[in-house]
Design a protein around this ligand. Structure first.
Ligand SMILES: Nc1ncnc2c1ncn2[C@@H]1O[C@H](COP(=O)(O)OP(=O)(O)OP(=O)(O)O)[C@@H](O)[C@H]1O
Ligand SMILES: [Mg+2]
Length: 562
């Protein structure tokens, strides 16, 4: 839809390829590189930034050209988000060192409005839409089209419809945000970005919470923007996605640029990216383990759960499930299959209504009416939603770690500060949590390090059964490996571990057994050694009435095999 996005510049250079596969030969590289530097739309030179004592960026050089998808990758805490906040004026000129050149001129942004005025639009990882407002209201909240000083509603609706069509959404402009899934909300954020004059789009982990179909749709959009001359900066821990769309990859480590890969000139090697990111060879993505599986530790029979708001809807349908001592059991399924609902209902009935069924822990039947009872019995649940449910962000690392085990550090109902400090510091070292000290506020930690705090909290309760819901979402490859090692250690210590994950390679890499859930029921089960991505998808497909378009995206799920 030409003309809808004002200010789009079509690149001067004809693109040699659109999908990253049709790469020019090596002889072309030199001239391509020359052209690259000629068309750089953005250059960040020698950027450094520190927060009281933490050097987040050191002398970073980073440039993006028009019509380029530039991926920015690096470990948790490497400085990716900080660099983008410098670029977009969230951190104003004067609060960092170095120079930003955009369109050939040095820029000193005072705030985000200054960068937006030039078409630099950032979409932060935490979506910022207003739930009880409509799509149209959200898109044009800050800049409604008006006629003679009055909001022109017809124009708002017309433009919203056009923008939604551009991002591939069929919803009406009147739809409330709260009625949309996270994936569609992400697309609304992009439509909102396009309603402004966008020349450079920054996406900070846009697909972390999207399902496969929505991620694929989003990446398609990026490729369409590329053809329109919009530059994009994509931050992602999903290297298979990066490999699919990026023209150039910059790797940050400890606040420095350590590698740059021109994907048009050389084949993308995930191993090289990972090595640059973590500064060591990661020969195996998954640690070795020899499983010693014992008696069942948790057994669930005829578990049935109804929806809390629509009590006529049975969400979990009389399922049986078990995990043995020393066993790692995976639960696979598409989004909405009921996996989180199953886990939360088990964990002290923290989700659902009219819950029935039997639970046995180490052979004894138990009733878990609330979360406290579940923790006391020896169950732990690491939520997929660490920001909302897993952490008290305004509290420090120490308090978050001891939160679920206060009795261990408060012998006479008064917290022993020294005991608390000691135990928190132990976990910090053991889990290699990157923070200035355990008194640092958790909101200041990068995503991966926040996840390690949540894990520490539950490890401290010394559970018999640990249920992990999407434990590695938004986590870099190195930290993922560390989390897999912790899972192995727990299993070796005779605990039962349940892992809910949307990343199939992860389930295939770490589980002794994989159960497949669909529409509130278990529809397949495979021993880890026999499971494949294809078998799991087939189990879902056979049982999914609404499979249709999701099948295609699902078949591509996960990317790299272990
Ligand atoms: N407001 C802040 N106060 C103090 N330290 C901060 C603040 N924001 C970021 N940091 C620190 O700066 C470093 C870089 O953080 P940043 O958020 O840029 O990492 P990231 O590469 O985006 O990581 P992730 O992949 O986990 O999102 C980290 O050590 C982080 O703890
Ligand atoms: Mg970040």
């Amino acid at each position: 839809m030409p003309g809808l996005v004002p200010g789009i510049h079509v690149p001067r250079r004809k693109r040699l390829h659109v999908d990253g596969r049709d790469k020019p030969g090596r002889d072309d590289c030199g001239s391509l590189r020359e052209n690259d530097s000629m068309t750089a739309m953005l250059e960040m030179r020698n950027v450094s930034k520190s927060f009281s004592g933490v050097q987040a960026l050191r002398d970073v050089n980073f440039s993006v050209e028009a019509g380029q998808i530039h991926a920015l990758v690096g470990e948790n805490g490497a400085g990716k988000s900080t660099l983008m906040k410098v670029l977009s004026g969230v951190y104003p000129a004067g609060s960092y060192e170095g120079t930003i050149i955009f369109d050939g001129e040095e820029r000193r942004f005072r705030d985000i409005n200054d960068s937006e005025a030039l078409g630099i639009i950032i979409i932060h990882q935490e979506l910022a839409l207003i739930p009880l407002m409509s799509i149209a209201e959200n898109i044009f909240l800050s800049h409604p089209p008006s006629k003679l000083g009055v909001i022109d509603r017809d124009e708002v609706y017309r433009r919203t419809r056009d923008l939604l069509a551009q991002v591939g959404l069929k919803e009406s402009p009147d739809t409330l945000i709260t009625d949309l899934g996270v994936g569609k909300q992400q697309l609304v954020e992009i439509a909102k970005a396009l309603s402004k004059r966008v020349r450079m789009l920054i996406l900070d982990e846009p697909t972390a919470s999207l399902n496969e179909a929505d991620s694929a749709a989003l990446l398609e959009r990026l490729m369409a923007f590329r053809a329109q001359g919009i530059g994009s900066i994509l931050i992602s821990h999903k290297l298979n996605e990066v490999a699919k769309v990026a023209d150039h990859i910059t790797v940050l480590r400890d606040g420095r640029t350590v590698d740059g890969i021109d994907c048009r000139a050389e084949a993308i090697q995930e191993d090289r990216i990972i090595r640059s990111m973590v500064n060591r060879d990661l020969a195996h993505r998954f640690p070795e383990r020899s499983a010693k599986i014992g008696e069942p530790v948790l057994t669930v029979e005829s578990w049935s759960v109804y929806h809390p708001i629509h009590p006529e809807r049975q969400v979990i349908k009389n399922v049986d499930f078990s995990v043995k001592r020393g066993e790692v059991v995976g639960i696979a399924g598409l989004m909405g299959a009921g996996r989180t609902e199953f886990a939360m209902s088990l964990f002290g009935r923290s989700w659902g209504t009219t819950i029935s069924g039997r639970v046995r822990l180490e052979g004894h039947e138990i009733v878990l009416p609330n979360v406290a009872a579940a923790i006391d019995a020896g169950l732990a649940y690491v939520t997929e939603d660490r920001k909302q449910l897993g952490l008290i962000l305004a509290d420090d690392v120490r308090k978050n770690i001891t939160l679920a085990s206060l009795d261990q550090v408060a012998p006479r109902r008064v917290i022993d500060d020294i005991a608390e400090l000691k135990v928190a510091s132990d976990y910090r070292n053991r889990m290699r949590i990157r923070c200035s000290d355990v008194y640092q506020e958790t909101s200041q930690l990068s995503g991966g390090n926040q996840q390690k705090v949540v894990l520490s909290k539950w490890l401290m309760t010394d559970p018999k059964v640990l249920i992990l819901d999407e434990p590695t979402r938004g986590i870099d490859v190195g930290a993922k490996y560390e989390i897999y090692c912790i899972i192995n250690e727990l299993a070796e210590a005779g605990r039962g571990v349940v892992v809910i994950s949307s990343e199939m390679p992860e389930l295939l890499g770490i589980c002794d057994r994989i159960c497949v859930m669909n529409d509130g029921a278990f529809v397949g089960e495979f021993p880890g050694a026999e499971a494949t991505q294809e078998k799991i998808m087939r189990a879902i497909m056979r049982n999914d009435r609404n499979y249709g378009s999701r099948a295609l995206a699902g078949a591509e799920m996960g990317g790299s095999q272990p």
